[in-house]
Design a protein around this ligand. Structure first.
Ligand code: SF4
Length: 348
């Protein structure tokens, strides 16, 4: 059976946090109590889950809701079902880590935990570094593959440093990156507020352990570059529409079919790479990690979509990241810091 990677963003709109920088615009939706939790209906989601569980491929699945999965029992039930489906290699669930222990244990008891992965993102405005590390450690103690993800903003450097220390002490997998200024949450501080004013501490934290983060420049103009989207990877929209990638979905181009159409059969392209035809920036790492230039340098572990490791270790890797990102290279840290960063990177 061939393997495909799928990223599915469901139509569940529900969260217990209201982060100012939320990429999904969730705070606005949450304040309007009239909006439905399932914007396109729970039945739509359930039918897409049916389709995923019946695909004739080994599926590596990344699951987003718009918000927090542990805020919906019905969504958790679907996740648990997917972990039990024979064709799923793993199900990676994005969470803010605010779940209660008993709640998590009830959920895990319904899952095949050997196929369950958690991607636990730190939202410093609503949870402490210690609470997040405790939650991730609890999930790991139940046999769940767990990765902590933290984004660096100007006002969370101390909290991120605390989280980095906790992850090292507890040997928790960690991915760091630069937070993006969604909703203009950091007025007049540019696209990546943490780097708006040169700050070696912010740069060091952001580059600590995110091999893909330096590839923003490559993904800014992807047209013409060989990419595996449409062969090994697809994006499934909340309404069931299937595209080669989220970037194509955003522009509405080259829809392949619908998971809700019983006649639709997902047909991966035979050639691994085809030239990208997007006129727009490829914004999401889930998408641009499919570029051949990236895939030739990184591998992904058995149970994570988002935790790449360099194929070749060494300072050349960090130099390649810096050289591919002039905005970061301008703030190239001194050699002493670079070596420290590299040590942390290589030991992950
Ligand atoms: S580079 Fe990005 S936009 Fe282009 S095909 Fe690949 S994933 Fe899609």
């Amino acid at each position: 059976m061939d393997e495909v990677s799928l990223w599915y963003v469901s139509n569940l709109q529900r969260c217990n946090f209201t982060c100012s920088y939320c990429a999904s615009g969730q705070p606005a939706r949450q304040q309007d109590r009239e909006l439905p939790t399932w914007t396109l209906g729970q039945a739509t989601h359930e039918r897409i889950v049916d389709w995923l569980a019946a695909l004739p491929y080994r599926v590596r699945l990344r699951m987003n809701s718009i918000g927090e999965p542990f805020a919906s029992r019905d969504y958790l039930r679907c996740l648990a079902r997917l972990t039990r489906a024979d064709n799923l290699s793993f199900v990676e669930v994005l969470t803010n880590g605010s779940f209660r222990r008993e709640q998590f244990d009830r959920f895990a008891a319904e899952c095949n935990v050997d196929k369950l992965s958690l991607w636990v993102t730190f939202h410093h405005q609503f949870i402490s570094a210690r609470e997040l590390a405790d939650a991730a450690e609890h999930a790991r103690s139940r046999g769940v593959a767990t990765v902590i993800n933290t984004l660096v903003f100007p006002d969370n450097l101390a909290a991120v440093e605390e989280l980095v220390t906790l992850c090292r002490e507890r040997e928790l997998a960690l991915v760091t990156g630069v937070g993006i200024n969604f909703n203009n949450a950091y007025p007049e501080q540019g696209f990546t507020p943490a780097l708006h004013r040169p700050d070696p501490r912010a740069l060091e934290l952001a580059m600590l352990n995110n091999p893909l983060d330096g590839w923003h420049e490559l993904s800014a103009a992807p047209a013409g570059r060989p990419c595996a989207a449409g062969a090994g990877y697809f994006y499934v929209h909340a309404n069931g529409d299937v595209f080669a990638c989220r970037t194509y979905a955003t522009s509405g181009s080259e829809r392949l079919g619908s998971a809700l159409d019983p006649a639709f059969q997902l047909q991966p392209r035979v050639e691994r790479y085809a030239r990208c035809r997007s006129a727009h920036r490829c914004k999401c790492p889930e998408d641009y990690q499919n570029l051949e230039a990236i895939q030739s340098r990184f591998t992904w572990p058995a149970r994570s979509f988002g935790l790449p490791a360099p194929v070749a270790q060494g300072e050349a890797v960090l130099d390649a990241k810096l050289d591919s990102a002039p905005a970061l290279a301008e703030q190239r840290p001194p050699r002493r810091v670079r070596l420290a960063v590299l040590d942390a990177h290589c030991s992950s």
